[in-house]
Design a protein. Structure first.
Length: 392
């Protein structure tokens, strides 16, 4: 009892309080503890855990809750539940217009390097929730290769080969395709996608001109209309003097019934931002990402395949995805790849028509082939195998 009484004054010197975010933090004696707890509160408000969080954990007891991780995990779980419900609702509306028929099949794309648990959840949704009799899951790169085979002229060496570079919204993937299948162990993935580029443009514009951190859709339109890939970054940067030839203007909406563009407040001016943002695809280290650019990724994926496929893959490099719409991307990638590949390989880089819909067009062509049903998994086979197919 005496020992417990002796510890009471020591614990009473620590004050428990709640910050503006509603999360309990522990503030110790002295200025260092108060400053560190202020950093924890800032991290909570911004939804990020940093070194200050680790320092706060060192002062907490074993039974105290996590100051940042607990609400962050709860928010992520709530967001995942909302996204899952939204996805299911979208699918229900689509499939209510085209209900599954007795001999129909569903062709659905899945991301490369997708975990087995996601594949299991998708199959449960397809066979149990929507009762499809058969389904086929495959990466979008395989379907883009089908569209490329129908749209891009090929040589004899590249007739059954293609190196698909898919510049999507969440990431960029490079997939060597031969005979309709992805070459095992040769695919490469890049974390930068269209949304990351839009976010970088949003930060640049908000820092240099207007606060547009909440205008993601507007800046995505700016990205699509004004941005381009530089062929010589240093030379183009030297032309940016505030009123150079690379300067462009984007008229902002004024949200009134009568549009007025007679003042400077309705104009967004871009110059170096036009090519500095897409440059991240080739040089992600500019923003601190220790990853290779897409040219290095493509060369590494090509050389990771069997040497007998190198000539065919180099002769049929295909760009697809929404990011392939950047002006100058095809020529810049051709220049960078030529430097990274052996000189004896003939190089050909092409962009598919409407590259953001390349996988859809390939899916439509693949579903019409006579052997499509042989690739599908039937509902009866899925119920019979259970989870064995995901454990393999």
């Amino acid at each position: 009892k005496k020992g417990l009484r002796a510890e009471e004054p020591q614990t009473s010197r620590h004050e428990q309080r709640r910050d503006r975010a509603g999360q309990r933090v522990v503030d110790g004696e002295g200025g260092a503890g108060g400053g560190e707890c202020a950093a924890v509160r800032r991290a909570q408000l911004h939804g990020a855990a940093g070194p200050a969080t680790a320092g706060a954990r060192g002062r907490r007891g074993l039974g105290d809750p996590e100051p940042v991780a607990a609400p962050l995990h709860a928010a992520l779980r709530a967001r995942a539940a909302d996204e899952r419900g939204l996805r299911d609702e979208v699918w229900r509306r689509v499939f209510s217009q085209v209900p599954p028929s007795g001999d129909g099949a569903l062709l659905v794309t899945e991301p490369a390097f997708s975990p087995a648990q996601l594949a299991r959840s998708l199959d449960e949704l397809i066979f149990e929730e929507f009762q499809f009799p058969a389904a086929y899951r495959c990466p979008a790169a395989r379907l883009a290769a089908v569209a490329a085979a129908a749209e891009v002229p090929t040589t004899a060496s590249s007739k059954n080969c293609s190196l698909v570079i898919d510049l999507g919204g969440s990431c960029t993937q490079v997939s060597p395709i031969t005979a309709g299948d992805v070459v095992p162990g040769a695919s490469r993935r890049h974390v930068l996608g269209g949304r990351a580029l839009t976010g970088y443009l949003r930060e640049l514009v908000s820092y240099r001109q207007y606060n547009m951190m909440d205008e993601t859709a507007l800046l995505d339109d700016v990205k699509c209309k004004l941005l381009f890939v530089s062929q010589d970054f240093s030379a183009d940067l030297g032309l940016c003097d505030g009123d150079g030839p690379l300067r462009a203007e984007y008229r902002l909406p004024d949200f009134s019934t009568v549009p007025r563009f007679d003042d400077d407040l309705n104009v967004l001016r871009l110059e170096s931002e036009r090519f500095a943002v897409p440059e991240l695809l080739f040089s992600p280290r500019d923003v601190g990402l220790h990853q290779a650019g897409i040219a290095d990724l493509a060369a590494d994926a090509l050389l990771a395949a069997d040497p007998a496929l190198h000539a065919g893959l180099a002769a049929n490099v295909v760009l697809c995805g929404g990011g392939a719409n950047f002006r100058g991307l095809e020529s810049r990638l051709r220049l960078e790849l030529r430097r990274n590949l052996p000189s004896h390989l003939d190089l050909s880089v092409s962009t598919l028509k409407d590259p953001e819909f390349a996988a859809f067009r390939g899916a439509a062509l693949a579903a019409l082939t006579p052997d499509f049903r042989s690739y599908c998994t039937t509902k009866a086979a899925w119920f019979e195998s259970g989870g064995a197919r995901y454990d393999a």
